[in-house]
Design a protein around this ligand. Sequence first.
Ligand SMILES: *Cc1c(COP(=O)(O)O)cnc(C)c1O
Length: 212
Amino acid sequence: MSISKRLQATLSELPNHVTLVAVSKTKPITALQEAYDAGQRIFGENRVQEMVEKYHELPKDISWHLIGHLQKNKVKYIAPFVSLIHGIDSYETLLEVDKQAKKHNRTIACLLQIKIATEDSKFGLNFETAKEILANIQRSPLKNVYIKGLMGMATFTENKQQIQKEFSKLHTFFKTSELEVLSMGMSGDYKIAIEEGSSMIRVGSAIFGSRQ
Ligand SMILES: *Cc1c(COP(=O)(O)O)cnc(C)c1O
């Protein structure tokens, strides 16, 4: 099946309140262009350099989401154009985003990444630290950063019940936060994520095919 067919198939099942981020990491410009021509305007990348290169080559009405872990020293490269940063996992990174956004006279929307998986490898804040950061920001707002929501990745497992529990826990926390966006769900688990309250899914291989 073509990229545009898989994109349409994914979109056709989505409830109206759920936004699709097409995760195009490792994929060539031609693949992104095909999704763009089929109407997709939100793309997710996990590497700063790759996202910057693609930004320069593709139409300027694309919204670029940085979905992976973000190192502080790389914030400056995406600050001119990034539309949503999903992977904020420290207050220090937020401060750096604020500083770099200011240089471009922008306010950058960010999601706090919460660790809900049991695996060690996944980045993210625990609920307590996330609460502290949100309280901090309320007390002394950062002018050029806007915390728009939360992001989480479930454990990579066949156990649907475990995935469901992890998403459900994040949704419960999200509901107490008064934030707008809950980013959870990837190719393998986005249907569960939507049932558990996701409003933004990040889908790569189901649209673009598997990665090497
Ligand atoms: C790669 C990636 C995705 C998409 O993964 P697929 O399984 O290909 O849909 C989603 N979120 C993050 C953070 C990723 O790194």
